[in-house]
Structure formats: structure tokens, C-alpha cells
Design a binder for this molecule. Structure first.
Ligand SMILES: [Zn+2]
Ligand SMILES: [Zn+2]
Length: 189
């Protein structure tokens, strides 16, 4: 930065000047011709104000949402309806990034729809997959792994991890509605 006095800068129509001397906060940078204010101080101040305002803005938004729950929800539904393709695309991207979560949501939704009590967590499902070494618990195939309710939901089986095993699609179809616990096969043999 070129050293130039305030008067010279003013005479040249410049909005800032530079003395090379630190401001009282120790910044060595340009100052504004109009009020001698340090540019770095101005930047820090405006940043601080912006963040202080952001907190207040967020608080106000939350407050509004709390007091207008129905209206906010309706607006949200409206937006989703008007942006179906975009929403679906975002969903697909999320599902591709989170296959295990997608799987567990599907297991739980399906069980709920069919009236089975219980809920699986993603952690439980992952731990079951590890236990199965990411292979079918019946035939050992690593392909097309599915979740199987040992006691089928249609026979009163609950949607809990204790009632779940990992089967390949073929074994799942073969088992169909029978009650076969492949997790205990090794111990029984
Ligand atoms: Zn300063
Ligand atoms: Zn299998």
C-alpha cells in the first residue's frame, strides 16, 4: 500500500488513505478518508454486527414458526407439492449416500404399516450386518442382502432386532412365511 496523507487522498478524490501507522487496535491498514476510520476495524465491527443480528433473526424466525405452526406447515406442504421433482431428486441423492438408513426407514415403515410393534435403529441394523459378516445367514452369499423377520410379521412377529436376520433375496423367498432362525444354525449344529 502506498503511503498517502488524508489531505492528499481527499484532494485526489480517494475514499481511503494509508499512513502506515497502526490504529488503536493495532491494525496497520487503510483508513477511510471521510471519517479516518480503520478499514479492518470497520470490517470486524460489521462482521460482529452481522452475527449478532443473525442470532436475533433466527430467534425471531423460530418464534414466528412456534406461533404459526399450522400456517408454516401448510406453506411447507405447498412448497413440497410445487417442487416434487426437486424434492424427489434430493431424496434420491440422500438415499444413495445413506443406503443403510434408507433400508432401516423402509423396514420400520413397512412394519408400522402392517401393525407390527417395535422399531429398528440404524446402529442395530449395521451391527447385525457386521455379525453376519455382510453375508446371507443361510447360504453365505454376499449378494442381494435383505432383512428378514424370523417370525414373519403376518404371524405376529415383532419388528425388533431380536427378530431380524440377514438373508439373501433367494433365501428370503425360499423361507417365505416359515419360522426359521438362521442365526442359531451354527450353535444348533
Ligand atoms: Zn483497526
Ligand atoms: Zn442366501
Amino acid at each position: 500500500m502506498q503511503v498517502i496523507t488524508r489531505d492528499d487522498a481527499k484532494a485526489q478524490g480517494m475514499t481511503t488513505y494509508f499512513t502506515g501507522k497502526p490504529c488503536r487496535h493495532g491494525h496497520i491498514t487503510e483508513r477511510f478518508t471521510v471519517n479516518q476510520r480503520c478499514r479492518e476495524c470497520a470490517r470486524v465491527d460489521s462482521l460482529r454486527r452481522y452475527h449478532a443480528d443473525a442470532v436475533e433473526r433466527t430467534r425471531k424466525t423460530r418464534e414466528y414458526q412456534r406461533q404459526n405452526k399450522d400456517r408454516v406447515l401448510a406453506k411447507h406442504r405447498e412448497w413440497i407439492a410445487a417442487n416434487k421433482e426437486r424434492v424427489r431428486q434430493k431424496e434420491r441423492e440422500w438415499e444413495a449416500r445413506n443406503p443403510d438408513k434408507k433400508k432401516v426407514i423402509r423396514i420400520n415403515n413397512d412394519a408400522k404399516r402392517r401393525g407390527a410393534p417395535g422399531r429398528i435403529t440404524v446402529r442395530q441394523w449395521r451391527s447385525l450386518l457386521r455379525e453376519a459378516d455382510h453375508k446371507c445367514m443361510a447360504c453365505g452369499s454376499p449378494d442381494n442382502l435383505t432383512s428378514d423377520h424370523i417370525v414373519p410379521i403376518c404371524k405376529g412377529g415383532e419388528n425388533r432386532i431380536t427378530n431380524l436376520q440377514v438373508l439373501c433375496l433367494d433365501c428370503n423367498r425360499k423361507k417365505h412365511r416359515r419360522i426359521i432362525d438362521y442365526r442359531k444354525k451354527e450353535q444348533a449344529a
